[in-house]
Design a protein around this ligand. Sequence first.
Ligand code: SF4
Length: 368
Amino acid sequence: MNPSLYIHIPFCQSKCFYCSFSSFEKKDDLIGPYLDALDKEASGYKGQSVSTVYIGGGTPTYLSVLDIRTLFEIIRSNFVIEDGAEITMEANPATFDAQKAKTIFDSGANRMSLGVQSLNDKYLEFLGRPHTRTQALSSFEALRDAGFKNINLDLIYSLPGQTRKEIEEDVFGLASFGSEHISLYTLSICEGSQFYLRNIEPPTNVKQGDEYLFVSQSLERHGFFHYEVSNFAKQGYPCRHNINYWRGGNYIGMGVAAHSHLNGHRYWNGATIETYLDMMKEKPRAMEGQEKLTQEERFMETLLIGLRLAEGVDVSDLEQRFEVILPKEKKAVIYDLIEHGLLSQEKLRLKATLSGMVVLDEICSRLI
Ligand code: SF4
């Protein structure tokens, strides 16, 4: 199977208070050089076929209409995109309008991921999001008018002080948009974010777990299939790009901080725009580090990440794929987790139960 392609656009209008991603504000003068560097990096893969494309960030829709067209030209002139490939771009309602929606659609994207996060202006302000509920609604309408039939909406829930009724209103409001996909996020306070500097306390694990179950069940009642720990889709609309990650597939990442994985060779780019641009001046790639995974490491990583998916993993299939046998002590941990109702074995597939999904990080740390 051909690898997936991820392209990182690290520019944002402003830095959201919870954000610790590789994204930067007030760097507009670097957009032109950045696109030139992306073109150079892409030319190193000239002729490579890809099965999906995902343009994320940062805020890809912070780019102008002209720059968005240039970006798609860079992709098309260097990569061979499989027929019918899923091509996603992330959008922020604050940097989006009907003209950009049409440009992106005409450039060949067929899936959009809209960073709505909440439909309550009080929480959007708390999060430092630069948009309002009204802008989220009009962005969604602009996407539908442009022709997009596959749209994801992001939702952050379990915010400090947020009541169950407010969460319910957000879930109901978002489900009423009629999108094909919803991705869930809880608030984590990461080093480097403004919330971290302000000592904002995230809700307790118990509260987050309780609200996760509530939101998951509400979305299922609204007709979404819970196909991954944090992702819900209408029938036929799971994100093919991300499923490739969760099945341990190959992917090429381009741009600031992007990671690539090709058959156990993992490598990653410099994490600031300046580092990336400096490296790209000298070399064909901005590779800052790399590692070669052993077959045992690939086996365990694919098993653990596969537990994120509702379909789970076929352990004996993985054993054959990586020519590795699951060690006895890990089997014992798995049996214990099954007894405690956190994992289940259905035919040959090992899966996390809904209670298991709440504590998947702990399950993984027991299995490492
Ligand atoms: S728009 Fe996204 S990437 Fe940009 S600052 Fe906000 S959370 Fe971070």
